[in-house]
Design a protein around this ligand. Sequence first.
Ligand SMILES: *Cc1c(COP(=O)(O)O)cnc(C)c1O
Length: 235
Amino acid sequence: MDLEQTIRRNIEDVRARIGRACDKVGRDPAGVRLMGVTKRKPVEVVMAACRAGLVDLGENYAQELATKAGQVDEAGLSPRWHFIGALQTNKVRSIAGLVTSIHSVDRPSLVKELAKRVTPERPVDVFVEVGIAGEEQKSGVNPSRAEALCIGVMEAPCLRLAGLMAVPPFGRDPEESRPWFRALRDLRDRLTDTLEPGPGVLDQLSMGMTGDLEVAVEEGATVVRVGTALFGPRD
Ligand SMILES: *Cc1c(COP(=O)(O)O)cnc(C)c1O
């Protein structure tokens, strides 16, 4: 089977998993977006993913994203790119014109830099990444500082506060992620009550990966970020 067919079949499998999780809690699968995470996979995989029908692609490294985006564009393919990795302030410039969303905004200096680099022609959806487990997590804003950060994003003209993102601490059992997903949803609900952001703002939850996407969907995920289940293990 060629790459495109394999990915096509994997997409069907993952969509079936999402569908079953939606059935379980009475959600409409149309409310869950599938993002394919292509980090550390060759550009051939990215192109095959596009041809197999994936529209949303996530990358973790600025240079890798810029290189792949150029090659994919030359091939006449146009996925929506999302940045999901740790983002250095000095790399914002290189991705600002390429991405439709950034899922890893976790500090005020990054919001400031984004506000400077993002243009009205290409506005960017921002997900505030929350270190939902608190001090033990190395990435994500501490939950106690999430509100201030969200306000900062809402005040920046070309940024739209799409919602919150989290990567829970690694667990062997997907059920271990459930309390963290629930905590992220509760935080989103509390922020929505206090900030009254209006329709289409702060209504998304980016959570769930290959190992725990069902649990994430059951707990309200609107975007799942899936690599391994679509493209196989990474080196
Ligand atoms: C790598 C990565 C993913 C995808 O992980 P899989 O377990 O391969 O599905 C999702 N989100 C983030 C932030 C990642 O770094």
